[in-house]
Design a protein around this ligand. Structure first.
Ligand code: VNL
Ligand code: MN
Length: 346
């Protein structure tokens, strides 16, 4: 019997041009909370957060060296790569558009060199939505990429804002899933998240993306784009646990005129329009809960390399309290379906 294929679906990379541009951003006047992590990664000499000691930059810039070696060592067949947060969303719209295209070109090249080892989510610049839509078509067409990544808010605005709907329309038309990955909370959300290391993965990222998801559902975005698929990491950014209360209180808010009327309930949108991955949550009870809540078709395995180590993420899923057929779906079947990855011939 052959070993089960393992496709990891939230795997970060970068390219030197984007790294340099982010270094310039953190040396500039931006008030973004992302500066803490970005200074640590891209401007290590000025780091005050301690992030620099994690050496994430080496892991991000490397795709075909140490990363592939570890994938071989731990039996990880494929990384679905995505340009790491904050992606291109801190740059002005022109720079963001150009750097997204450049990162997508590089990504397509590496996927073409290793078609069974790497697939990729394309970047786009939401703040230039018409050009973004064209880049999305290029990414899914000639570049042969597998879906899209967006790092939550853009200049403090979220995808419920109709100014971004060209991007949502393109994704839906292309039958391509948008992965909403965290970045640090927007300026209007960041206040109490600035201490104790709460800015990033410990807490702030989940608050930021969870807020983004609720905004999209409550705004009725999925009435306009019923076939749009959104992927989120971190076992659903706590929304599976909250969805009953979100649904109950949203229907009350609708009834008293505080929220727009929607065709479906929040729980129905969550079920129909979202899939989630396991990145950075190696908790078997949380996994079992997520599967029971959203269904085995809607949960995908991921590592979150290089921010999370590979070996424990594999050990977690190998030992997870699921049936073998469920494990097949988590490890590869759902990723193949959602992200247009060719199944292996028997
Ligand atoms: C971290 C974790 C950062 C996961 C990430 O992206 C991430 C972190 C910037 O631990 O800082 O995807
Ligand atoms: Mn991640």
């Amino acid at each position: 019997m052959t070993r089960m294929r393992r496709i990891a679906t939230e795997e970060a990379f970068s390219v030197p041009e984007v790294a340099h541009a982010l270094r310039d951003i953190v040396r500039g006047p931006s008030s973004s909370l992302d500066k803490l992590l970005c200074r640590g990664i891209y401007d290590a000499e000025t780091d005050e957060s301690g992030y620099a000691s994690m050496n994430f930059l080496d892991g991000l810039l490397d795709v075909e060296g140490e990363r592939l070696r570890q994938m071989d060592q731990y039996g990880v067949d494929m990384h679905l790569l995505s340009l790491t947060a904050p992606g291109v969303q801190m740059f002005d719209a022109d720079t963001a558009t150009d750097l997204a295209a450049l990162a997508n070109d590089r990504l397509a090249e590496v996927c073409a060199r290793h078609p069974t080892r790497f697939a990729g989510l394309a970047s786009f610049a939401p703040h230039s939505p018409k050009r973004a839509a064209r880049e999305m078509e290029r990414a899914m067409g000639p570049l042969g990429l597998n879906g899209f990544i967006v790092n939550s808010h853009t200049n403090g605005e979220y995808l419920d804002d109709p100014k971004y709907w060209d991007c949502l329309e393109a994704a839906e038309a292309l039958n391509a899933c948008i992965y909403i990955h965290p970045r640090a909370a927007s300026d209007t959300l960041k206040g109490p998240l600035q201490d104790y290391g709460m800015d990033s993965a410990m807490w702030g990222y989940g608050v930021e993306v969870g807020t983004h998801m609720v905004r999209m559902m409550a705004a009725g975005v999925f009435d306009r784009f019923p076939k749009l698929k959104i992927c989120v990491g971190h076992m659903g950014e706590a929304i599976p646990f909250w969805i009953w209360r979100i649904t109950f209180m949203n229907s009350r808010a609708q009834a008293i005129g505080r929220a727009p009327k929607t065709e479906l309930t929040m729980a129905e949108y969550f079920q129909r329009n979202f899939v989630l991955t396991t990145s950075g949550v190696e908790d078997p009870l949380a996994l079992r809960y997520a599967i029971d809540k959203v269904g085995i078709d809607n949960v995908l395995w991921s590592i979150d390399y290089p921010y999370q180590p590979m070996e424990p993420a594999v050990a977690f899923m190998d030992a997870a309290p699921v049936s073998e057929s469920e494990r097949h779906q988590l490890y590869h079947g759902n990723a193949e379906r959602i992200f247009h990855i060719a199944p292996l011939a028997d």
